[in-house]
Design a protein around this ligand. Structure first.
Ligand code: ADP
Length: 559
C-alpha cells in the first residue's frame, strides 16, 4: 500500500475545449486564407486576362494601321500598278516585321457585266488569271493584287471574297461602316483544302469610283503565337469567334489541350472591328495548385501546432494540479497514519501508568510494589524506544529529502554491530523466543562505515523479520570477499509478492495486503536503502509470498 490514492479528478480539464476552439479557429483561418487565395487568384486571372486582351487589341491596331497606310498610298496616286504595290510591300519589310501576315492584298468589285473587260485587262499581265470560285452572285470581289506574290499567295489571285459567307459579311460591313472589319473563322484560300488552317481576314474599304478593298489574311495560329510572342503564358488561352465556346468556332488553343471549365475559368467577350471573339482563360495547372493549397496549408499546420501546444500546456498544468492534489492527499494520509503509530505506544504508556497507580496503592508488600514499578519502567522503556524509532525515522526522511543525512565513518566490524543490535532487541525475542536469530558469522567482516547507520540498517532488517516473520526462525549470515562484506537476514514469514520487490524500497511503500494489520509507516526499507547507497552498497530481496524473505545487503569495505 502506498499513501498515494487514486486522485479525484474534480478539477475541470480545459485542455479539450481549448483544443476544440483552437481547431475551429484554425479551420476558420484556413478557410479564410483559402477564400482569399481564391479571390486573389481571380484577381490575378482578371489582371492576366486583361493584359492578354490588351496585347491582342494592340497588335490588331497595328494591322489596321498597316491597312490605313496602304489606303493612303493608293489615294496618293491615280493608278497603283501591281509592280508599284509589290515595291510598296517590299519596302514595308513585311516578311521580317510581320511574318504572321500571310498576305496583304487589294481587291475590287466586278459586276457580272464587267467581267469580260476585267478578265481581258488582267490577262494582259497574268494570262492564267480568272475569277474563282464560280458563283451566281451579281457582284464579285476578286483579289487582284497579293503580296508577297509567292507560290502560295499566287494561288489566291482572282479569289472572289464575296463567294464565301464570312468574308462576304465582313466586306459588306466594311462598306456599310466605311471602317475596318474582320471576318469570323475562315479557312484561307491559300491552304490546301485537305489541310485547312483556321484563319482570319481583315478588310478596309476604299471607295474611289467603284468599291475596292484592302485585305490582310492571317493563319490564326501564327497570328496569336506572334501576339503572345511565343512566350509561356500564365494562363491557358482559347479563342473562339462568336460568343460561345463552341469547338467549331475555336481558332486558337494556346497549349493545344482540352480543359474542362472550373471555378477559375474566365470567359471574356471582346469586340474587334465589328466581330465578337470569346476568349476563355484558365490558370495553368501549375500556377493554380501552387497558389490555392500552399498558403491555407501553411495556415492550417501552424494553427494546429499552436492549438496542440496550448492543449499540451493545459495538459501539463492539469498534470501538476493532479500531482499537487496527490501530494496533498498523500501528506494527509501520512499524518493520519503517523499520528496513529505514535499514539499507540503513548496510549499504552498512559494506560499502563494508570493501572500501576491504581494497583500500587492496593499492594502492601514493599517488595511486590517495587517489582510492579520496575516492570512498569521496563515496559515504558520499550514503548519509549518504539516511539523514539518512529520519530527518528521521520527525522531521517526529512534529512534524506534535504540531503542532510550525514555519515561519520570509522573502522567497524559488521559482526559486532549485529551482536549489539540483537542484544538491543532482546526484549522482543523474549516475547517470541523462536524468532531469536541464529547467526552464521563470516570472517573479515570489518569495513569503514558509519557505525550507527549500519546498526540502523541491521536493526531495520531484524525488526522487519520479526514483524513479518510470523514468529518463525530467523537466520542471519555474514560473509566477505576481499573488497565487500555481506549480511543476509532470512525469515520464514509472510513473504513478499514479486511485484513489490522493487517498490518496498520506496518512500511510504508497503507490500500490499500482506502487510495489513501489521503496523508500520513504510519508511524503514526506504531509509535502509538510502543508507546502503550512501555507503556505495546494494540491497536486494529474495522472497515469495508465504515462503519468507531474505534481505541481502552488500557493502564495499571502504567507500
Ligand atoms: P514498514 O514495515 O514500516 O511498513 P518498511 O519500509 O520497513 O516499512 O517495509 C516496507 C514494506 O515491505 C512493509 O510494509 C512490508 O510489506 C514489506 N516487508 C519488509 N520486510 C519484510 C519481510 N521481512 N517480510 C515480508 N514483508 C516485508
Amino acid at each position: 500500500m502506498a499513501f498515494l490514492k487514486k486522485p479525484k479528478h474534480n478539477t475541470l480539464f480545459y485542455g479539450w475545449p481549448v483544443l476544440l476552439v483552437g481547431t475551429l479557429i484554425t479551420m476558420a483561418f484556413t478557410y479564410y486564407s483559402y477564400v482569399s487565395v481564391v479571390n486573389e487568384n481571380h484577381l490575378r486571372l482578371d489582371y492576366d486576362s486583361d493584359e492578354i486582351v490588351k496585347q491582342i487589341e494592340y497588335k490588331m491596331n497595328q494591322y489596321e494601321e498597316l491597312l490605313l497606310q496602304t489606303r493612303g498610298f493608293f489615294r496618293s496616286s491615280d493608278v497603283v500598278t501591281r509592280k508599284e504595290f509589290a515595291r510598296y510591300v517590299e519596302n514595308l519589310n513585311m516578311r521580317q516585321r510581320h511574318p504572321e501576315i500571310q498576305a496583304i492584298g487589294f481587291g475590287i468589285r466586278v459586276k457580272t457585266s464587267e467581267i469580260p473587260a476585267h478578265l481581258k485587262e488582267m490577262r494582259k499581265t497574268i494570262p492564267s488569271y480568272t475569277i474563282w470560285p464560280e458563283t451566281l452572285h451579281e457582284e464579285k470581289y476578286p483579289l487582284v493584287y497579293l503580296e508577297p506574290f509567292d507560290e502560295i499567295n499566287q494561288k489566291v489571285l482572282g479569289y472572289d471574297s464575296y463567294s464565301e459567307r464570312h468574308r462576304r459579311d465582313a466586306i459588306l460591313r466594311a462598306f456599310e461602316t466605311d471602317g475596318t472589319t474582320i471576318t469570323s473563322k475562315v479557312f484561307l484560300a491559300q491552304d490546301d483544302i485537305r489541310f485547312p488552317h483556321p484563319g482570319l481576314v481583315l478588310y478596309l474599304p476604299f471607295i474611289k469610283t467603284a468599291p475596292e478593298y484592302f485585305y490582310i489574311a492571317f493563319r490564326a495560329e501564327t497570328l496569336f503565337k506572334t501576339i503572345f510572342n511565343g512566350k509561356e503564358l500564365p494562363l491557358d488561352v482559347e479563342i473562339f469567334t462568336g460568343t460561345s465556346p463552341d469547338p467549331d468556332s475555336l481558332i486558337y488553343n494556346h497549349d493545344g489541350k482540352f480543359h474542362k471549365n472550373d471555378r477559375y475559368t474566365s470567359l471574356k467577350t471582346i469586340q474587334l472591328y465589328g466581330q465578337k471573339f470569346l476568349i476563355k482563360f484558365q490558370p495553368t495547372a501549375l500556377t493554380k495548385n501552387k497558389s490555392v493549397y500552399k498558403a491555407p496549408g501553411i495556415v492550417f499546420v501552424i494553427g494546429m501546432a499552436f492549438a496542440l501546444l496550448i492543449f499540451r500546456i493545459f495538459g501539463l498544468t492539469k498534470k501538476s494540479q493532479i500531482e499537487l492534489s496527490e501530494a496533498l492527499e498523500s501528506r494527509d494520509e501520512f499524518i493520519s497514519i503517523a499520528s496513529h503509530e505514535l499514539k499507540t505506544p503513548l496510549t499504552a504508556i498512559k494506560l499502563h501508568t494508570q493501572m500501576v497507580k491504581r494497583n500500587a496503592s492496593k499492594i502492601e508488600d514493599p517488595e511486590a510494589r517495587k517489582k510492579l514499578y520496575v516492570d512498569h519502567i521496563d515496559h515504558t522503556e520499550i514503548l519509549s524506544q518504539r516511539l523514539e524509532r518512529l520519530v527518528d525515522d521521520m527525522l531521517d526522511i526529512s534529512r534524506i529529502k534535504t540531503g542532510r543525512l550525514s555519515i561519520f565513518k570509522e573502522l567497524v566490524d559488521m559482526n559486532k554491530i549485529l551482536d549489539e543490535a540483537i542484544t538491543r532487541l532482546k526484549d522482543q525475542f523474549r516475547v517470541i523466543p523462536e524468532a531469536k536469530p541464529s547467526v552464521n558469522y563470516g570472517i573479515n567482516t570489518t569495513g569503514i562505515w558509519d557505525k550507527h547507520r549500519i546498526d540502523q540498517v541491521i536493526t531495520n532488517l531484524l525488526t522487519n523479520a520479526i514483524k513479518y516473520g510470523e514468529g518463525k526462525a530467523i537466520e542471519v549470515t555474514t560473509s566477505s570477499t576481499p573488497t565487500t562484506v555481506k549480511i543476509s537476514v532470512k525469515d520464514h514469514g509472510i513473504g513478499i509478492a514479486p511485484e513489490f520487490h522493487d517498490k518496498i524500497f520506496d518512500r511510504f511503500e508497503r507490500a500490499g495486503i500482506n502487510s495489513k494489520g501489521i503496523s508500520g509507516l513504510g519508511l524503514g526499507l526506504y531509509i535502509t536503502h538510502q543508507i546502503v547507497q550512501i555507503h556505495g552498497g546494494t540491497i536486494s530481496v529474495e522472497s515469495r509470498p508465504g515462503e519468507g524473505s531474505t534481505f541481502i545487503v552488500e557493502l564495499p569495505k571502504t567507500c
